[in-house]
Design a protein around this ligand. Structure first.
Ligand code: XMP
Length: 510
């Protein structure tokens, strides 16, 4: 078991993913956890995450300095490296120059932590402070053009650190660092499998739910579908999956989902709530307000539906790790990271919920959810659908939402996805969708002037939604899509393509 001390980085859970990818168990703990709690777990290694703070801030999160005396191997990442320096009497200073994005490594020692790495390998940096002096007993073995101390080690004490982020996919050989640290330096062996997850999760579900019934918010996306399959496997018909037709779904989506679930033998209750969603969202333009309203409506509907069945005590949701970390803020128990968006299945929950929450895949990432779903026998049609956000098209219509705008966006989205499929490109993309902008531009159709809306197309590749890069869809496919949208969708006369990566952008526009 490895402990990851969380100092509030947006990427802490990517560290979890990296460790799990090596099939080793890990547990995230708050940065200020008592030494006695750490010792109870008997960890074989400790990883210190990054942080939005500087170690020089008055309110910077520090761990107990005594963790360096436990004889347990430690790996510090970014802030984690600076913290090791700061606490062990090295020197960290503010720097005028920020180092952000891709940089090339200069590697002085190609073994130990850097086995398999070499000069010229690309890593991803995100720091503004710099290390001026490493602590006594440490040696450095890598640098970049801007940063003299990129990696350091104290082999005798088994304390290692890197200034860049090996956990993000932008660092090409990031997994080498974890592999070298976990397998070679700590001597751990792989032991995590999808089967072991299902077994543990089923046991937890049984213990928690007992004889009670569970309602589940099914969107037809991978997360809620896998949650449904997992719960159905454990509690059978005591699971009541509810599909809320918000009117903000994609074209034909409700019918398609019903058909897929009919085929796998899971019955679904459909609630038509189009009217109430549109009414409550009328005139609302603020993205966070939209998300909160939608989250509240979902919960109200589930609570009401639950009363129609016997002994329903739980509400199940397909919340994932990235949803949890991106919705947490400094005020929550999840740690000192900053709120990016309130994902509806976390941020919109009311203070007092009449149902107890059950989120059996809360510790997983999307790619793991797909592996689990496959193990549970779900068809690829569900597992490889592009992700779709809980708030649906509401966060893809910038500005206020009307029935007419929803209908326009459904048509655009339909054409986009249809062309991707026809050109065998859908499966090469992690997520593709269209966004309707509250911007009108001048165009010319035949001999007439038009003054209509702009839509944006977005397609990204990602492992988990935490980081993403825009997809280089071939121009000929983009041309077909754009032509069809402008010709077939009334009200749109311009199509633009979003070429931003995450970070610094997010995947959805709101
Ligand atoms: P962002 O926009 O935060 O999106 O970069 C990351 C991934 O999460 C999806 N997403 C959501 N999923 N409820 C969900 O279930 C939500 O409120 C929500 N908001 C964003 C998004 O589509 C992308 O796959």
């Amino acid at each position: 078991m490895i402990i990851i001390l969380d100092f509030g980085s947006q990427y802490t859970y990517l560290i979890v993913k990296s460790v799990q990818q090596l099939n080793v168990s890990c547990k995230v703990m708050p940065f200020d956890v008592a030494i006695s709690e750490i010792l109870k777990i008997k960890p074989e290694a400790i990883i210190l995450s990054g942080s939005p703070f500087s170690v020089l801030d008055d309110d910077a999160p520090f761990c107990d300095k005594r963790i360096f005396e436990l004889g347990i191997p430690i790996l510090g990442i970014c802030y984690g490296m600076q913290l090791i320096c700061h606490l062990l009497d090295g020197r960290v200073e503010h720097s005028l120059k920020k180092e952000f994005g891709y940089v090339e490594l200069i590697v002085d020692e190609k073994h130990g932590l850097f086995e398999g790495l070499e000069t010229g390998d690309v890593v991803w940096m995100s720091h503004s402070d710099k290390i001026e002096k490493v602590p006594i007993g440490f040696e450095t073995f890598s640098s970049t053009v801007n940063t003299p101390f990129v990696a350091m080690q104290n082999k005798a004490e088994k304390i290692y650190a890197v200034q860049f982020h090996p956990e993000v996919s932008h660092t090409e050989k990031g997994l080498f660092i974890f592999k070298n640290f976990i397998y070679n330096i700590c001597g751990l062996k792989p032991n995590w499998t999808p089967g072991s997850f299902i077994e543990k999760a089923s046991k937890k579900i049984r213990e928690k739910v007992g004889d009670a019934g569970v309602v589940l918010g099914l969107s037809g996306g991978v997360d809620s579908s896998v949650t449904a399959a997992l719960l159905h496997e454990v509690i059978g018909d005591k699971l009541i999956p509810i599909l809320v037709d918000t009117g903000l779904m994609r074209k034909n989506e409700v019918a398609e989902i019903l058909k897929i679930f009919e085929n796998v033998g899971i019955h679904i209750e459909v609630v038509n709530a189009k009217g109430i969603f549109l009414e409550q969202l009328k005139g609302v333009t603020d993205p966070e307000e939209k998300r909160k309203i939608i989250g509240r409506l979902f919960i109200e509907i589930f609570e009401k539906e639950a009363l129609k069945f016997d002994n329903i005590q739980f509400l199940a949701q397909g919340t994932l790790y990235p949803d949890v970390i991106e919705s947490s803020s400094s005020k929550t128990k999840d740690g000192p990271s900053v709120t990016i968006k309130s994902h509806h299945n976390v941020g919109g929950l009311p203070e007092k919920l009449n149902l107890k929450l059950i989120e059996p895949i809360r510790e997983l990432f999307k790619y793991e959810v797909r592996v689990i779903g496959k193990e549970l026998g779900l068809p690829d049609e569900i597992l490889f659908r592009h992700p779709f956000p809980g708030p649906g098209l509401a966060v893809r219509i910038i500005g206020d939402i009307t029935e007419e705008k929803v209908a326009i966006l459904q048509e655009i989205d339909f054409i986009f996805i249809d062309e991707l499929r026809k050109n065998y490109y859908y499966d090469r993309i992690w997520q593709a969708f269209a966004v309707l902008l509250p911007v009108q531009t001048v165009g010319v159709m035949g001999d007439d002037r038009t003054y209509e809306n702009v839509c944006a197309l977005r397609a990204v590749n990602s492992l988990d939604g935490m980081t993403a890069d825009w997809t280089k869809i071939p121009y000929n496919i983009l041309r077909k899509i754009s032509n069809r949208i402008i010709n077939e969708v009334k009200g749109v006369n311009r199509v633009v393509y979003d070429i931003s990566s995450k970070p610094p952008s997010t995947i959805e526009w709101e």
